[in-house]
Design a protein around this ligand. Structure first.
Ligand code: HEC
Ligand code: HEC
Ligand code: HEC
Ligand code: HEC
Length: 512
């Protein structure tokens, strides 16, 4: 074998080829390195605030000027194209998908309209457009209080702060925000969920902006400002993705947003909390049971799952790290983690995408099976109770059955309203559903005894609720009227709100 130096001696031009080749490679490597450095410098530059603004700046585009990468991904929450088997970002009419829901919520706003949750960018549009907030035109009021704005916008901490300053007292200021009818703050709350909801303006550290979470911690003797960084990566979400109710007993006349966590966060603990204060969200139109509406106890149920127990946070799956030009940052496109499994699950799991998605669907399918059984039993229980009332049932004799209905539907809703729960914590959700099934059967047994005493020994007919329209007619809703009023409201009132807000915001000072 000849060595390179011998070869070069035989063919001197080969030496030049090697020399020039090496030079070209070194030059290209230099270019690459310089481009990487430049992108990094750009990144560092991008992290130097170019706009100075306060904590109560509600406009996401202003915060976004300092952090273009986060802002750009944040805007993607407007995208409605992703759909998975049970979830995703598309607008889906859930009452059309499952008309039984209309019966379960008879007498309550959710029976009018309930849609699949979408990305954060839609929060304001969706609350304005939904039938549940009504059509407050002229002197007519919305059926909802201002409290409903609380989880929609960074304008919320801004207005709360203004009221706190005016009142000179924290609780009074916050209570003032919650007071009054929903349309009163329509022109104030216009920016969808954003930076000021989760970040401190000065340090960009994670920040809790909503009083209800801080207060819930305080009542349990815990100080949220002591939470670890990893805990904060879930707690910022727990400002909104939790169970809550409007407490009438904190400040008179104010439906004060409160988390029912004083005795714990399980379905049973929160149920006992509500039972003890004899709280109910509404009285069921058919069964007359004192009902509870679960909101979306995502955070509470997530805590009971294996991922939470191993220290995984919401942001690990819903706001994964991504990189651009050698810069690593958190994707602010908060969405189903199944949209990009390689950036979410596969950071920790070695399985193929198909396998991981199948793992999620398997858990969801199994939980859905039990949830559907409970849902059917609940429809039957409401309808049978109605029959008993129609036949002249005695209030006292119905009492125990109605409490069973309340508890069974609460357990169903605790699971159903938490959209990620069947993956977040499949074992706990299955357990809660199984206790709900038992309660629903108990209720039906008790009602059948009342029915028998009233001379009815026949099975009660299941209503024809094959479509949303049929179900809404069955419970006596005038949808045509509700829809046309809403249309008028969206056309005439909303643009006035937005115009007023634009004028107000034009006065804000920003230092560039
Ligand atoms: C729903 C809560 C939430 C909202 C809304 C939000 N962020 Fe974040 N942001 C986070 C979380 C969680 C992290 C990860 C923080 C960590 O681990 O330190 C983060 C991280 C960041 C960081 C640190 C660098 C990085 O990417 O990890 C910046 C800068 C940032 N966000 C900017 C913004 C801007 C600008 C907006 C508005 C356009 C915004 N954020 C809206 C929750 C939020
Ligand atoms: C200020 C309240 C608020 C905060 C804070 C918040 N969310 Fe949300 N989130 C909402 C609301 C409201 C919706 C539904 C919006 C709609 O349907 O119009 C939503 C929707 C979602 C969705 C559904 C998105 C889709 O495309 O289907 C996910 C996932 C989600 N949030 C996760 C999170 C995570 C993770 C955090 C914390 C990093 C978080 N959210 C923080 C209020 C909030
Ligand atoms: C930050 C790391 C991390 C991420 C991201 C993550 N996991 Fe996990 N996962 C874990 C850990 C840790 C466990 C517990 C395993 C153990 O302790 O042996 C686990 C357990 C599981 C299990 C078994 C537990 C059960 O519920 O039966 C499944 C399935 C699973 N993960 C699927 C997923 C999927 C799907 C995703 C993406 C949506 C995901 N994981 C994202 C860390 C992670
Ligand atoms: C280990 C990964 C993981 C963690 C951690 C996690 N989730 Fe999820 N989440 C999922 C998966 C998987 C789904 C189901 C997505 C689907 O069906 O498309 C989901 C669904 C959701 C949904 C419904 C999404 C939709 O498209 O409508 C919301 C809201 C949600 N999670 C919020 C949270 C909150 C809040 C936390 C923290 C308290 C959290 N998640 C923690 C994996 C995770």
């Amino acid at each position: 074998m000849t060595t390179i130096s011998e070869k070069i001696k035989q063919k001197p031009w080969l030496g030049w080829v090697l020399f020039l080749g090496t030079m070209v490679i070194v030059f290209l490597l230099g270019l690459l390195a310089s481009s990487v450095m430049e992108r990094r410098a750009e990144a560092v530059f991008a992290y130097q605030p170019t706009v100075e603004h306060g904590q109560f700046e509600p406009r996401n585009e202003v915060w976004g000027e300092n952090f273009p990468r986060e802002y750009e991904t944040f805007l993607k929450t407007a995208d409605t194209s992703f759909k998975s088997k049970y979830n995703g970002s598309a607008w889906i009419d859930m009452l059309e998908e499952d008309p039984r829901l209309v019966v379960l919520w008879a007498g309550y706003g959710f029976s009018k309209e309930y849609n699949q949750g979408r990305g954060h960018q839609h929060a304001i549009d969706d609350i304005q457009n939904i039938l549940r907030t009504g059509a407050p035109i002229d002197e007519k009021k919305s059926p909802m209080p201002n409290t409903c704005w609380t989880c929609k916008s960074p304008d919320v901490p801004r207005v709360m702060n203004q009221y706190i300053e005016e009142e000179g007292d924290f609780t009074k200021g916050v209570a003032k925000f919650y007071s009054g009818s929903w349309e009163e703050l329509g022109h104030q709350i216009v920016n969808p969920i954003g930076c000021a909801d989760c970040h401190d303006a000065e340090t960009m550290d994670l920040h809790i902006s909503r009083p209800a979470l801080i207060e819930a911690f305080n009542r349990r003797g815990k100080d949220i400002s002591k939470a670890t960084h990893q805990e904060m990566r879930s707690l910022v979400c727990a400002q909104c993705h939790v169970e809550y109710y409007f407490n009438p007993n904190i400040v008179e006349g104010s439906p004060y947003l409160t988390f029912p966590w004083d005795d714990g966060q399980s379905a049973e603990s929160m149920e006992a909390y509500y039972d003890n204060m004899e709280f109910s969200d509404w009285t069921h139109k058919l069964s007359r049971a004192p009902m509870l509406k679960a909101q979306h106890p995502d955070y509470e149920i997530f805590q009971t799952g294996i991922h939470a127990k191993r220290g995984v946070a919401c942001a690990d799956c819903h706001m994964p790290y991504v990189s651009e030009g050698g810069v690593k940052f958190s994707s602010h496109h908060i969405v189903s983690p199944l949209k990009h499994v390689s950036k979410t699950c596969q950071v920790c799991h070695r399985e193929e995408t198909d396998q991981l998605v199948a793992d999620v669907y398997e858990r969801q399918d199994k939980v859905a099976e039990a949830r559907n059984s409970l849902e059917k039993l609940l429809v039957r229980a409401h309808v049978e109770a109605k029959k008993a009332w129609d036949l002249g049932a005695d209030e006292k004799r119905m009492q125990a059955a109605l409490i069973d209905i309340r508890h069974a539907q609460w357990r169903w809703d605790y699971v159903a309203a938490s959209h990620g729960s069947s993956f977040h914590s499949p074992v706990e959700t299955s357990r809660v559903l199984s206790t709900g099934i038992e309660k629903a059967q108990e209720a039906r047994l008790k009602i059948s005894r009342v029915l028998a005493d009233l001379g009815n020994n026949e099975p009660i007919e299941y209503p024809d609720i094959a479509t949303k329209a049929k179900a809404q007619e069955y419970i006596g809703l005038d949808m045509e009227k509700l829809n046309s009023e809403k249309k008028k409201f969206v056309k005439e009132v909303v643009p006035v709100w937005l115009e007023k807000a634009a004028k107000r915001e034009a006065q804000y000072e920003v230092n560039r």
